[in-house]
Ligand binder design. Structure first.
Ligand SMILES: Cc1ncc(COP(=O)(O)O)c(C=O)c1O
Length: 356
């Protein structure tokens, strides 16, 4: 039975997109694949309003997080940690042997510009990571304010952004904020199956990458760009079927218009948050709630597994909390191609199941 996914990844994928993957295979060294990839790259840039370099990798988002570190980080890096995924980037840094340190906020709270300022003021940092949308807690970090501060006071510090669960649902300016690397996965607000991830790279990040001799192989931005410049193919075998799905979804997003898409996400977020506040409590710090998912404090001690079992019978699935928050919270995603009607349906079903 099909269960509509209200989990923060993989998100619900429209049937048309699923079917697009079923075409007869083509060789990735064909002109046809080069054209497909070129269209995907150019349409993604248009949707995001960026003139930066943009690479679609066959990988999940974590690969691109590691890739960003390997391509551009040679000195001290500061990780801002307020949940499981921002902590993951810090762990990846250590696993890659980087000189990494972190500042942390309690789960559910946002990273504030003053915290970043106080640490960067100590000097010596080459790069900073920010998780735009911390999916484990449902907190949207104030990326605009942090980036403005860093660009004004620490112009040489590279800003690396994990926008895995925000990109193409939430909105932020990539070029105007001076973000050096932004990474995201296909299975979140892009509303595709898992398997592709994007890296959006500034000129100075690319220049930096070209000076790094041990930047690795698979996620090498310069190698990717050289291949794009030659024939728009990829250095290694891409997930061709997913590119068909991507191509079709990007067309859909262009037709919807990114700003309309963003407004739809804002509307779904507000509705879901108001619902959560009425029946439970919204978990994140007020003013920093995610646009793409709502984390609900489980004030009624609902057994989430049982609730999901009942929702499953009605063809829907939500998510429990992440890690330590497993039973203390639950998460309802409103990202990708979900609509207000979907949000009304799932919240009404929860009210009905729990007899609220
Ligand atoms: C904010 C954030 N960063 C990183 C990741 C990891 O991405 P992936 O699972 O595509 O490797 C996730 C996955 O949920 C995420 O939500």
């Amino acid at each position: 039975m099909h269960k509509k996914l209200f989990i923060p990844g993989p998100t619900e994928v429209r049937e048309e997109i699923l079917k697009a993957q079923g075409q007869w295979m083509i060789g990735h060294r064909s002109k046809e694949f080069g054209e497909l990839n070129k269209r995907c790259v150019e349409n993604t840039k248009q949707i995001l309003g960026t003139k930066n370099y943009l690479f679609w990798f066959t990988s999940s988002g974590t690969g691109c997080m590691e890739g960003a570190l390997r391509n551009v980080v040679t000195g001290k890096i500061l990780h801002t940690v307020n949940g499981a995924f921002s902590d993951r980037w810090f762990k990846i840094s250590k696993a890659c042997g980087k000189s990494a340190s972190s500042i942390a906020a309690e789960w559910g709270k946002a990273i504030k510009p003053e915290m970043v300022d106080a640490e960067l003021a100590k000097g010596g940092y080459q790069a900073l990571t920010i998780t735009q949308n911390e999916t484990s807690t449902g907190v949207r970090n104030p990326i605009e304010a942090i980036a403005k501060l860093v660009r004004a006071k620490y112009p040489d510090v590279l800003i690396l952004v994990d926008a895995v669960s925000g990109l193409m649902g939430d909105w932020f300016e990539i070029d105007a904020l001076g973000l050096d690397v932004v990474v995201a996965s296909s299975q979140k607000a892009v509303a595709l199956p898992p398997g592709l991830a994007v890296s959006i790279v500034s000129q100075r990040a690319l220049d930096k990458c070209r000076t790094v001799t041990d930047r690795g192989y698979y996620f090498d931005y310069d190698a990717m760009l050289k291949r794009y410049e030659k024939d728009f193919q990829t250095p290694t075998t891409p997930a061709v079927s997913l590119f068909w799905a991507l191509d079709l979804e990007l067309d859909h997003i262009l037709k919807e218009g990114m700003q309309n898409r963003y407004q739809r996400h804002l509307e779904m977020a507000k509705f879901t948050r108001d619902w959560a506040a009425k029946y439970f409590k919204v978990f994140p710090e007020p003013g920093y709630e995610s646009v793409t998912l709502t984390t609900v404090a489980n004030t009624r001690n609902v057994v989430i597994k049982d609730l999901n079992g009942e929702l499953g019978k009605r063809g829907m699935q939500i998510s429990n909390g992440y890690g330590d928050l497993k039973e203390k919270t639950f998460r309802i995603a409103h990202m990708g191609d979900l609509t207000m009607a979907d949000m009304k349906e799932v919240t009404a079903a929860i009210v009905d199941v729990l007899k609220l």
